[in-house]
Design a protein around this ligand. Structure first.
Ligand code: PLP
Length: 425
């Protein structure tokens, strides 16, 4: 499609958008009486209006039923988490039994590493991406330290080549082969949080398995953003937070995937009563008998008030389906990219550079833009003028127009504000 940088053209794309009505299902912060242009759905998604009812239902059940709510609420609390298996399995390409929801992301990755990182004297290395999300870096360091290995030795980072912004698949595969017999685990982000690069999880999983390693993914920036086929790709495990693209609210619960092939295994795990045989959970027996399935990794009884907003959102995603979201995502991001190039060209072309891959297969919602010119002051200008984005050192703003609620006209408005901001310096 040939795009145009005009309001009329953007409005025309909006009028043809099959998801346009969903924009009204979200609560937008206001700027001068108008919805902000919201680019930080990759950090904290907007609040769906229907969420309140899910939370109120739990509050009412708690008030009216108190302890009886565990079994007699309309959505009983004792197996509330099982309601996620269907919608989330569709979103991440899994079987329902491979899904569970609990805790928060880093906690779950630690728990999953208990099962999937079992270093031995000769096979103890972890491959991760260079500049992984800080929480993941701290997690890797503390895990290898806990097992008695040295960070410098046990953690192998895949680097970008000199002068390149993204990591090449061939370099990931080469590194996996190089570490070979010493490799215990490959754990990287499905989508890099900084650049927005999408990794080829199928190829990485295959390469890791070929040398005898386990392979897991941190899907914080992937869940609800890209097409996932975790089961088919034979991924061992994965976890994601739900408050980014999945709009579940600040700090909210995390989803986990454990491949079916591990459900009957003797992998070590840190157990708790909520992972115990469902029929016998309240018999308070001394011997742990795990649920067969990802639910067997559960530990505590669940924070229902935080699951409620996540359920509202998971059902919304299942209602629309990833296919439609991805279709709009591709066009919306392409339009944003077009607008950025147009504005740059109007201003002589040296103001900024998009560091996200241009190739559609290697990118999703997010475009990361390196500001060559004014940097931080331009970011401040955008924020003051109703464009909500975020700033990452040294000079990057991340723009993630979530297809659920962002419009083409938002992209046009952003372009105009950006231009004014650059001219105003
Ligand atoms: C957002 C994000 C996290 C956040 O972890 P929490 O435990 O939910 O605070 C972790 N990893 C990545 C890659 C992220 O993008």
């Amino acid at each position: 499609m040939t795009f145009q940088n005009t309001r009329e053209f953007a409005q025309q794309l909006d009028s043809q958008d099959e998801l346009k009505n969903y924009r009204n299902e979200f609560v937008f912060p206001q700027h001068n009486g108008k919805n902000v242009v919201y680019f930080t759905g990759n950090s904290l998604g907007l609040q769906p209006k229907r969420t309140k009812k899910y939370v109120e239902d739990v509050m009412n059940d708690w008030g009216n039923l108190a302890v009886e709510g565990h079994f007699y609420a309309e959505k009983p609390w004792w197996d509330y988490h099982e309601r996620f298996a269907n919608p989330l399995s569709q979103i991440v390409g899994a079987k329902p039994s491979e899904i569970t929801v609990m805790n928060t992301l880093t906690v779950n990755l630690h728990l999953l590493m208990v099962s999937f990182y079992n270093p031995t004297a000769t096979r103890y290395k972890i491959i991760c991406e260079e500049k992984a999300f800080p929480s993941d870096q701290y997690m890797f360091q503390s895990q290898v330290d806990f097992h008695g290995y040295k960070t410098e030795d046990a953690i192998v980072e895949i680097k970008r080549r000199e002068g390149e912004h993204n990591i090449r698949l061939e370099d990931i595969v080469a590194k996996i082969n190089e570490v070979g017999d010493e490799l215990a685990l490959v754990l990287i982000g499905g989508v890099n949080y900084y650049t927005g690069q999408v990794f080829d999880m199928k190829a990485i999983t295959e390469a890791g398995h070929k040398v005898g390693a386990k392979v897991g993914f941190d899907l914080a920036h992937a869940a609800g953003n890209i097409e996932l086929k975790l089961h088919e790709w034979n991924v061992d495990f994965a976890a994601w937070c739900s408050y980014k693209y999945m709009n579940s609210g600040p700090g909210n619960a995390s989803g986990c995937f454990v491949h079916e092939k591990h459900h009957h295994s003797n992998l070590p795990r840190f157990a708790g009563w909520w992972g115990h045989n469902k029929e016998r959970r309240f018999k308070m027996e001394p011997q742990f008998d795990p649920v067969h399935g990802a639910d067997g990794w559960q530990v505590s009884n669940l924070p229902i008030l935080s699951l409620a907003p996540y359920l509202a959102s998971a059902e919304m995603f299942a209602e629309v389906g990833m296919e439609k979201l991805i279709k709009k995502r591709n066009q919306l991001t392409a339009y944003l990219e077009f607008i950025l190039h147009e504005i740059d060209a109007e201003l002589d072309g040296a103001e900024f550079e998009i560091i996200t891959p241009t190739n559609q297969k290697e990118r999703a919602c997010q475009l990361s833009v390196f500001l060559h010119g004014q940097g931080r002051s331009l970011f401040d200008y955008l924020m003051k003028n109703g464009v909500i984005t975020d700033w990452r050192e040294p000079n990057v703003i991340r723009l993630a127009p979530a297809p659920f609620y962002c419009s083409y006209e938002d992209m046009y408005d952003f372009g105009q504000i950006l231009k004014q901001g650059i001219l105003a310096k």
